[in-house]
Design a protein around this ligand. Structure first.
Ligand code: SF4
Length: 340
């Protein structure tokens, strides 16, 4: 096994060396540094941008300029440290005057990207911007048509999203970028890693975390539970509050992202607080979650990747399925509210 790992690492490094010496297309003429990309050999998430910019060309590293700062913040919001993901571009040398890469340049450079993907074998690919999407999937792949749909490259799911540089001109796209990266994180976790949160570890730092979620009341007074794929436990839809969001906005957004349903919040229900150690982040979380009672007003029930199943359940079924005592307290209040 170690031999195979060493061989994969050697192929990745050899590819980087070939990129640094490459003269396959005209872009080598104006570059200061080629930018092969970087990240761990066993990265679950593989990000693909368009091409190096001025800062990247100067440093030889991907996403180190203003767009890189936006990307780092979005990754952090998705609980994916930058050093846990592989980051590269479809074209490895800077086009002059920051123009977009031309078709022949994309074609010349594509074999390097294909080798990197084959060696890293990530669980999910994320394309940042239209050029990255076309560079990966070929001509005719438009971001507006493909975003939010299932796309696949060599058997690996692809999440097309916006380039962080686009957010410099349109801040409203930032929420979409973050939502897509959260989805990538969930998909990467969904592959039966069986991660378990654990008791607090004194030697690890503690971070506060604020989430918001909902108990959704559906047909015949049943409520909706989700089964998490990573921990294999039943829970209520909820998620982290983004900067600038209210608790209500987070609950509505998270429900839609996780279940596919649009909901109306009926009333606040309960606030729970608990602490745990989360191995993927290497930190303890001191978490507060606010729950609302909600009813569906549209959408279609379709749990997002990261959840194995969504099920409308009665109170006895909910008490039997739910894993955490906190969740049982929340649904007890929900059923009292439904009765009254
Ligand atoms: S952009 Fe790609 S193909 Fe063109 S010179 Fe750079 S590494 Fe080679």
């Amino acid at each position: 096994m170690a031999g195979i790992e060493a061989e994969r690492g050697a192929i990745l490094e050899e590819t980087a060396q070939q990129v640094r010496a490459c003269t396959r297309c005209r872009l080598h003429e104006g570059r200061v540094h080629a930018v092969p990309g970087e990240g761990p050999l066993d990265a679950d998430v593989f990000l693909i941008g368009e091409a190096p910019g001025r800062d990247e060309d100067a440093s030889g590293r991907p996403f180190v300029g203003a767009a890189g700062k936006i990307l780092d913040k979005a990754l952090s919001a998705a609980r994916m440290p930058r050093d846990s993901v592989f980051v590269t571009n479809v074209v490895k040398c800077r086009p002059p005057g920051n123009r977009g890469p031309r078709t022949d340049e994309l074609e010349s450079c594509r074999p390097y990207l294909a080798t990197q993907i084959a060696v890293v074998r990530p669980k999910v690919l994320v394309t940042l911007g239209s050029t990255a999407l076309k560079g990966l999937l070929g001509k005719g792949s438009e971001l507006k048509d493909v975003r939010g749909r299932a796309a696949v490259f060599e058997g690996i799911p692809v999440i097309p999203t916006y380039h962080p540089a686009a957010i410099l001109y349109n801040r409203r796209l930032e929420a979409s970028l973050r939502a897509d990266l959260r989805k990538a994180a969930r998909m990467a976790r969904s592959k039966r890693l069986r991660i378990r949160s654990g008791p607090l570890r004194e030697t690890k730092p503690t971070r506060p975390a604020t989430s918001s979620g909902a108990v959704i009341v559906g047909p015949e007074g049943r409520i909706l539970l989700l089964k998490r794929a990573d921990e294999e436990i039943w829970c209520l839809p909820k998620g982290t509050v983004e900067p600038g969001e209210t608790l209500e906005e987070t609950a509505i957004r998270e429900v839609q992202e996780e279940t596919g349903l649009r909901v109306k919040l009926l009333r606040p229900l309960h606030e729970v607080r608990y602490s745990f150690y989360w191995p993927p982040a290497g930190v303890n979380y001191d978490k507060t979650v606010t729950y609302f009672l909600a009813e569906p007003i549209g959408g279609r029930l379709a749990p997002e990747p990261g959840f194995d199943e969504a099920r409308w359940v009665t109170r006895p079924e909910a008490l039997r399925l739910l894993h955490w005592k906190n969740d049982m307290d929340v649904i007890a209040r929900a059923f009292e509210a439904i009765r009254s």
